[in-house]
Ligand binder design. Structure first.
Ligand code: NDP
Ligand code: PMR
Length: 396
């Protein structure tokens, strides 16, 4: 059963007018307000109306937004760099939203907020004070491979350049007794956090290759809790991919385990395993593509952002005590704002262009190249995760 499997039609149709609104403010065609979205019905007749609108919208947009050259001349003849174009998954809250805000405030980036809940994302952008011309919300449900493919099609049709892709979205189910599944019948945490992003990154790689931006980057958010070379990574249950028999079996709970290592379902471990996959995937991308494409592949641990929605499924007592525990005991706490600045640095700081790096920050908030655990830097495991994942998402 799909937990977050939304039908493409509802979300995608809702997405269309505003997806283009920020892109083409001046056209007058796309200035659809939130209240207008709510009024849209989804009967078959309104659906076909919307589909008609969609064709017109894309047609107009294609004319308006052909890929611009990276350097533009102002009317006074001064040369400026065009705005960077960055996709951030899960930008409707927490780290993703804080990063979107930080980047949009520079005026140098257009942020594509790739989110499963369109209205939540729009509201979040508004309440963060992001100005319309600096962002576009597009629908993406990483718990559905069809939705990932549809997102990629929509993005390609928009003809925007892609300079940076940030794989940030995640789910964490520490209290789940039973597994839940993506639309494709894959255990939800690994399906969303790793496989959805794996397919997305693979399908968008060509767009990044084509970018003329000075620094192209693919960033996959990792975590300390997937690294068993740290105290935090040794809090049970520990991440461990084992021989990956469960992953190879498709994590479907029918003829295979729902856990990568083939063990019994454990939501907290599934999340940590998914983060190991994220960090391994970043390095495998680096080995396969960095030299030929010049794309920077990076991962990071942004600090413990103890107040985000990631812990929404945890017990209330945990949610109450976790922030002070991290603030005063481990001292690993960072605010959402600070974490957003850190990830924004990995997106755009000219000094963070080294590829294959797992970034962390010290007590003075200075970035440094961190060491991954033995498992999270295992070359053979990275290759195997890549090869199995390719099969599971239909690329091999
Ligand atoms: P949040 O829950 O605030 O953000 C997660 C985002 O992912 C939300 O926007 C959520 O959407 C989105 N999301 C979840 N499922 C899907 C899906 N199926 N399709 C599309 N989007 C989805 O948590 P954080 O900001 O804390 O987490 C962001 C990243 O930071 C994660 O990768 C996490 O692993 C990492 N991280 C977090 C740490 C922390 O201490 N919080 C520490 C280390 C790493 P919606 O708003 O609709 O729920
Ligand atoms: Mg941790 C320096 C010590 C440190 C740090 C930086 C973290 C970060 N944690 C640390 C220590 C401890 N934690 C210790 C000693 C304990 C036992 C009391 C502890 C417990 C704990 C729990 C139960 N910690 C947790 C949980 C969670 O449910 C969180 C989790 O694992 O989410 C996957 C979590 C976290 N601790 C962190 C960070 C960053 C998290 C959550 C975020 C993540 O990895 O995405």
């Amino acid at each position: 059963m799909a937990l977050h499997a939304t039908s493409f039609s509802v979300h995608d149709l809702v997405n269309l007018p505003a997806k283009t609104a920020a892109a083409s403010k001046d056209s007058g065609l796309f200035g659809v307000s939130l209240s207008d979205h709510r009024k849209v019905g989804f009967s078959s007749s309104s659906r076909s109306k919307m589909e008609f609108t969609r064709k017109r919208v894309f047609g107009a947009q294609a004319v308006a937004t052909t890929t611009p050259a990276v350097i533009r001349a102002t009317p006074e003849g001064k040369k400026t760099l065009r705005k960077g174009s960055v996709i951030i998954t899960g930008a409707s809250s927490g780290l993703g939203l804080a990063t979107a805000k930080a980047l949009s405030e520079t005026g140098k980036w257009h942020v594509i907020m790739a989110c499963r809940d369109f209205l939540k994302a729009e509201r979040a952008a508004k309440s963060a004070g992001m100005s319309k011309e600096n962002y576009t919300v597009m629908h993406l449900d990483l718990a559905s491979l069809d939705s990932v493919r549809q997102f990629v099609r929509n993005f390609k049709e928009s003809r925007r350049p892609l300079d940076v892709l940030v794989c940030n979205a995640a789910v964490y189910q520490p209290t789940a007794k039973e597994p839940t599944f993506t639309a494709d019948g894959i255990e939800l945490s690994v399906g969303t956090n790793h496989l959805g992003h794996f397919l997305l990154s693979r399908l968008l790689l060509d767009n990044m290759k084509q970018s003329d931006y000075p620094s192209k980057r693919l960033i996959i958010v990792g975590s300390i809790t997937g690294n068993t070379n740290t105290l935090a990574g040794n809090v049970p249950p520990k991440a461990n991919l084992g021989d990956m028999r469960g992953l190879a079996g498709g994590l479907n709970g029918l003829n295979s385990s729902t856990m990568i290592d083939g063990g019994d379902f454990d939501g907290a471990k599934a999340y940590k395993d998914s983060k190991v996959c994220n960090m391994l995937t970043m390095q495998e991308f680096h080995r396969r593509y960095h030299e030929d494409t010049g794309i920077t592949f990076a991962s990071l641990y942004p600090g413990c952002i103890a107040t985000t929605g990631l812990f929404r499924e945890h017990i209330p007592l945990f949610r109450l005590l976790f922030p002070p525990f991290q603030k005063f005991i481990t001292k690993g706490y960072v605010s959402e704002e600070e974490s957003g600045k850190r990830l924004a640095q990995v997106v755009s700081d000219p000094s963070l262009t080294k590829s294959g790096v797992y970034w962390s920050w010290n007590k003075d908030s200075a970035s440094f190249e961190n060491q991954l655990s033995e498992e999270a830097s295992d070359v053979a495991k990275a290759r195997r995760v890549w090869e199995i994942s390719e099969k599971l998402v239909g690329l091999a």
